[in-house]
Design a protein around this ligand. Structure first.
Ligand SMILES: Nc1ccn([C@@H]2O[C@H](COP(=O)(O)OP(=O)(O)O)[C@@H](O)[C@H]2O)c(=O)n1
Ligand SMILES: [Ca+2]
Length: 448
């Protein structure tokens, strides 16, 4: 597997993040620590914000990123050990942030689908350990800031981020784009419906009304738990939820001679291929369809809208040379199918070193076509190395007005190519960032 987190996501990537200015009063600098506890890894983002004058909103000055694998959910029965992985990352924050600022630096951890899939008690045990660790640390731990983020919120945040990055949020003629995020354990589709019929046809659960920067939005966002790439592998193998570690799970999407083990969510799975005659794209696609068919919503409008696809869509497209890792590119749904076909048909001859590649590409193809209902010729923008480091900060009232920050609701990084944004809303502003935020005071959320 390609480790997407290194080295390009290394510490203090100066080029990506030109550090600005030096001769500033230290009181104009503040920090924030955010953990993204994903199903495949835990990541820390350490932010430095700078406010040049009280007349200006703060700017993001620097970001430090690091990650560890596996994710917290791998420590389902060893919550202390899980928290230890977080400690390692938190120590990095201590080395980076001056001790004078520790007690005013909020630390937040938001978990996604890996923890959503665990029995509630086990997920809570992991979060409690992390909460304890944070409380023992010198940093500020706002209430309810160590928690599982729900899938709806995850989808909204990704949408806000991408549309900020593509300039749509502050464009007069707003033409927002939809997003497709394929994580390890869940997948999200989010877009802003233009057709009234889309809103009418959709179940209310998937329509999220909110206000942001004095505009009202009604997003369609649907998160599918268990439909992330890694969870889908288990579903395809018929092993999802299976606890029998001695059983051998087989699939026509795997090399016939393969016999291997794979650990996910703390469980060890044995898996392997089938006879050569039944290996290949046709039979693999049929297998994959069983886990997808009639399981997903198909809003008709998506076929005429632009979507940005990232995370594993991006990773697999780069792995197979469909797009350039730096530039990204446009991929047609049928390109994924052609690539899947090619990789799966070669399963019996070559050992690609990546036994799941055929299954992954076939799953992506089926998810797009049969799951969401995209056309073969639908174009997807697969631009970013996911959008690591792209973070939306939603400040509630932590940095209160009256403490030198003016009521400017929105502060993109003027003149910077950096892909982050600080969104703040003071308590006196009726409509801060996004309504119905979890009651975590300085809500700082990465949507990666
Ligand atoms: N900062 C981040 C975080 C995750 N990712 C991508 O997210 C995918 C893994 O998803 P995940 O571990 O967050 O799983 P979920 O909990 O979102 O289902 C991989 O494709 C990573 O490359 C990223 O590109 N940048
Ligand atoms: Ca994720």
């Amino acid at each position: 597997e390609v480790d997407v987190f290194s080295p390009q996501y290394g510490i203090g990537n100066e080029e990506l993040l030109p550090s600005r200015s030096t001769s500033l009063n230290i009181s104009n600098i503040f920090y924030g620590i955010m953990f993204d506890a994903g199903s495949t890894g835990t990541r820390i983002h350490i932010y430095t914000f700078m406010q040049k004058s009280s007349a200006e909103p703060p700017h993001l000055d620097n970001e430090i990123f690091e990650s560890v694998k596996p994710g917290l959910s791998a420590y389902v029965d060893q919550p202390e050990q899980g928290a230890e992985t977080v400690r390692g990352l938190l120590d990095m924050a201590k080395q980076t942030i001056p001790s004078t600022h520790w007690s005013s630096t909020p630390v937040v951890l938001k978990a996604t689908a890996g923890l959503r899939l665990l029995p509630e008690q086990k997920a809570q045990a992991l979060l409690s350990e992390v909460q304890e660790l944070f409380e023992e640390s010198p940093f500020l731990v706002p209430d309810e800031c160590v928690s599982i983020m729900n899938g709806t919120y995850e989808g909204i945040l990704a949408w806000v981020t991408i549309n900020f990055l593509t300039g749509q949020l502050y464009d007069q003629n707003q033409r927002t784009v939809g997003i497709l995020d394929l994580g390890g354990a869940s997948t999200q589709i989010t877009f802003l419906p233009q057709a009234e019929s889309t809103l009418k046809a959709a179940s209310e659960k998937y329509i999220s009304p909110f206000e942001m920067f004095n505009r009202s939005y009604k997003l369609y966002t649907h998160s599918y738990l268990g439909f992330g790439l890694k969870a889908a592998r288990l579903a395809i193998l018929g092993a999802l939820g299976g606890k029998d570690e001695s059983r051998m799970y087989r699939s026509s999407c795997l090399p016939p001679s393969l016999k291997a083990e794979w650990k996910f969510g703390g469980i060890n799975y044995k898996y392997g291929g089938m006879a050569e005659e039944v290996t290949g794209f046709q039979s693999c696609y049929a297998e994959v369809l069983k886990v997808i068919r009639e399981k997903l919503d198909q809003p008709a409008e998506i076929r005429s809208r632009t979507f940005y696809a990232f995370s594993y869509y991006y990773d697999r497209a780069v792995d197979t040379g469909m797009i350039d890792g730096d530039q990204g590119g446009i991929i047609l749904v049928k390109d994924f199918e052609m690539k899947a076909n090619k990789v799966c048909e070669a399963l019996t001859e070559t050992n690609t070193g990546s036994p799941f590649l055929c299954m992954d590409l076939t799953y992506i193809t089926a998810l797009l076509k049969e799951g969401f209902g995209f056309y073969d010729h639908t174009e997807l923008q697969v631009r970013w190395r996911a959008y690591s480091g792209t973070t939306v900060w939603l400040f509630r009232s932590h940095y209160k007005t009256g403490e030198g920050i003016p009521p400017t609701p929105f502060s993109p990084l003027a003149g910077s190519t950096h892909k982050s944004v600080l969104v703040r809303g003071g308590p006196h502003q009726g409509a801060e960032g996004i309504r119905e935020l979890p009651r975590c005071q300085a809500t700082l959320l990465s949507v990666g």
